[in-house]
Design a protein around this ligand. Structure first.
Ligand SMILES: C[S@@+](CC[C@H](N)C(=O)[O-])C[C@H]1O[C@@H](n2cnc3c(N)ncnc32)[C@H](O)[C@@H]1O
Length: 224
């Protein structure tokens, strides 16, 4: 299993949004799984990190997010995602047009404390109460992703274990769901966060992530 030890840069932290992943991580995924001039989609694009990385690496970036407020932050980073729901993705993005998806969906209800940014709409994947319904909605969301992905295209999804009264193995559950949709599971890359966590401890920040790593699950849409 590959392990990437990527930390947040000063610029990442200055974006001011806790749901972000490091720009360097998005660049590693995009360099590994796509070529110049190809099209990269993030259907839960938030502040647009995937799109910024795509632009810097000479790929075309396409982004969708439910929240106008988060998209306004993305625009300050020089990218231009669309407001929309992943559940209508195939109406917003041409079918069979995407070479690579890199995304991180809401980690169930983990972002709902940021009420300024999270829209209170029924489509918000982050405000679903039951874990079973959350998985059901992720299945609906990635069924749309499947439609817009080219044959031979890749889909990389960043997730981690979650916990409420028990530990929820989201990476394992997501592999099952995406395989049922028709994507072929290829590999897991571990994002090792131990350096990041020790840096946070040194800065004495109060909020320490629960897990020492997150997982990038990589799938492909097979040629038929
Ligand atoms: C983990 S954050 C993504 C963060 C992003 N990687 C970044 O760099 O900022 C998940 C995003 O999913 C969005 N979201 C939730 N439900 C959605 C839906 N149905 N369609 C599209 N976006 C949705 C939220 O608004 C949030 O911005």
């Amino acid at each position: 299993m590959k392990t990437w030890n990527t930390t947040f840069s000063k610029e990442d932290l200055e974006v001011g949004w806790d749901g972000i992943f490091p720009l360097e991580l998005a660049k590693k995924v995009i360099k590994t799984f796509s070529k110049e001039n190809e099209t990269v989609l993030d259907p839960f694009c938030g502040t647009g990190t995937t799109l910024v990385a795509a632009k810097e690496l000479h790929r075309k970036g396409v982004g969708i997010d439910l929240s106008q407020k988060i998209i306004d932050i993305a625009k300050t980073r020089g990218v231009n995602p669309k407001v929309g729901s992943v559940f209508s993705l195939s109406e917003l993005v041409t079918k069979d047009s995407i070479d690579l998806v890199f995304t991180s969906p809401p980690y169930w209800t983990h972002l709902t404390k940021y009420t300024d940014y999270i829209p209170q709409k029924d489509e918000d994947v982050g405000k679903i109460q039951s874990y079973t319904s959350f998985l059901h909605d992720l299945k609906r969301a990635f069924s749309q992703v499947f439609l817009v992905l080219k044959q031979g295209g890749k889909c990389a999804v960043l997730v981690t274990d979650l916990s409420d009264d028990k530990v929820r193995a989201l990476p394992t559950d997501l592999i099952k769901i995406l395989t049922e949709i028709g994507l072929k599971y290829q590999e897991t890359i571990v994002w090792d966060k131990r350096t990041e966590i020790s840096r946070k401890l040194k800065r004495e920040l109060s909020e320490i992530p629960e897990s020492l790593n997150e997982k990038i699950l990589v799938f492909s849409k097979e040629l038929i």
